[in-house]
Structure formats: C-alpha cells, structure tokens
Ligand binder design. Sequence first.
Ligand code: NAP
Length: 285
Amino acid sequence: MARIAFAGLGVMGWPMARHLSAAGHELRLFNRTREKAERFAAAYGGKPCTSAAQAADGADALITCVGDDADVRQVTVGAEGGFQSLADGALFIDHSTVSASLARVLAAENPRLLCVDAPVSGGQAGAESGQLAVMCGGSGEAVDAARPLIAAYGRRIVRIGPAGHGQLAKMANQIAIAGVVQGLSESLHFAMKAGLDTEALLDAIGKGAAQSWQMDNRAKTMVEGRFDFGFAVDLMRKDLGLVLEEARAVGASLPVAALVDQFYADVQKLGGARDDTSSLIRRLA
Ligand code: NAP
C-alpha cells in the first residue's frame, strides 16, 4: 500500500480519493478550501494538510485533480507546491485536463520524478463508480508504476505515448464529443420542430448508425430540457480552448470544434455556464 498525497477534492477528485482510501492506501489530503479535506478525512480517513508541500512530504506519490494550468503549477512547482518535498523517484500523476505543454515541461524539468499526465473520461458518474477511462502520457516505467494506484478508479488505463500524450488524447476525445453533441442537438431540434414523437424516434434510430454515448445517455433529458448533471459548459470551454491552441501549434484544421466552442460561448451568455454540455441544444430553441 502506498502513502499518497492527493490534491483537489472536487467533483472528480473526491470519489477518486475515496476509492484510493477504500483500497487501503494512506492519504495526505490537500484542497484549496481546507474544509473539504477535513470533511473527507472525517468520512474516509487520511490527514488534512495545509499545503501540497506538507502533503507530499514522505509520500510515494502525488496525485492531482485540480482545475487548469495555473492550479496544477501552484500545487506542483508553486511556493508551497508538492514538488518542494516529493522524494526522488516518487510518482506524480496529474488527472486534471490541462495543456500538453505543461505536462511536457513538468516532466522534462523534473526527471527525478516519475511523471504521468493522466486526464480522464467518464465524468462524475465514472469517478463515483470507479469506471474512468484514463489516457496516460509518460515513460513506460512511470505509467507502469502509476497503474496499480489508478486501478482503484480506472477501468481502462492506456499508455498513449510520452509526456503530454495523455493530454493530447484527451483533446482528441473532446473534439469528437463536441461534434457529436452539436449533431445530436440539431437532430432533436429538427425532430421537435417537425412534430415527431421523439420517444419513438429514439427507439427507432437509437440502435442504428446514429447511435452514440451522447444519444444513449443524454437525448431523453435534452428533449425534456434537463441539463443539471454531467460535465459543465465552463469546463468544456476550457478544454476546447486547450484544443484550439494545440491545433494552431500543430497545424490541424478543426472547423467544427471552433464553431462549437463559439456555440458554447452563446450558452454561457444564456446563463448556462454550469449546465452540462448537452445544453448546447438550448441555443437552437
Ligand atoms: P472541481 O469540482 O472544480 O474540483 C477541483 C478541486 O480542486 C476543488 O476541490 C478545488 O478546491 C481544488 N483546487 C483547484 N485549484 C486548486 C489549487 N490551486 N490548490 C488546491 N486545490 C485546488 O473540478 P472537477 O470537475 O473535479 O474537475 C477537475 C479536473 O478534472 C479539471 O481539470 C476538469 O477539466 C477535469 N475533468 C472533469 C470532469 C467532470 O465531469 N467534472 C471530467 C473529466 C475531466 P475548492 O474546493 O477551493 O474549489
């Protein structure tokens, strides 16, 4: 069993840490709002810490699941970041969705650590049930060392390539989702305008070539106008921002992803920043 410093007890990090605790690992907890770390410790054990540096002192691994690039920098190389105290040869696993360049820089500048950029797919439900898909970037040695820890909440753990490739794979995932959600939104918008019985429609086409995870899990609630679960529009805009920046850097043309990013900006203006991504259909109404 490992001693793990865990930073970021949010929607995703909390259930991940809970699975690690249930697997018998010893947790050192750090969260920007300290009360969450105390609440977690009271419910599931572990030691709340005042900084990532304190949490990482003597730990075998630092696992982070915070917000964006600035947050990851703060909990790793910041003044009271975990890298200040993390021992040589320890593991660093980042589950946040951030830029590939940050993942590359952290790994290149800290060769004494085993660094893995490991963004996830599967959302809150996947984290709660321990069924996340995890896309890993890093050396084979680092990913192999990370595997037994990630297994506490990961169903698929795939090494994509060297440092940064986990984040690049997550971007490919988000590009695919953006187009599918817009296509599904237009399909349902059309069906409702044309007066179709949407239940019968989904029954008919839901097992055909139009089938998708989004159709299986979101079409019914999109028709009902319910957008109160899943991955928030604000987070999707953050991810599409990373995608479009990387696309410029590598010379990839992403017209649909760029358009859907602007459509999500419309949803934010409609007051839907915290709604889930299937709320894209709202701007068509
Ligand atoms: P969240 O609910 O906002 O949780 C983030 C947690 O990290 C919060 O508890 C926050 O503390 C803490 N935090 C942020 N910055 C920090 C810092 N500098 N120092 C210490 N703690 C800090 O976000 P989430 O939904 O769990 O997402 C986390 C990451 O996973 C993001 O990068 C997101 O894009 C990615 N992701 C999310 C989903 C999803 O469905 N939600 C799916 C896949 C990937 P406070 O308590 O102070 O806010």
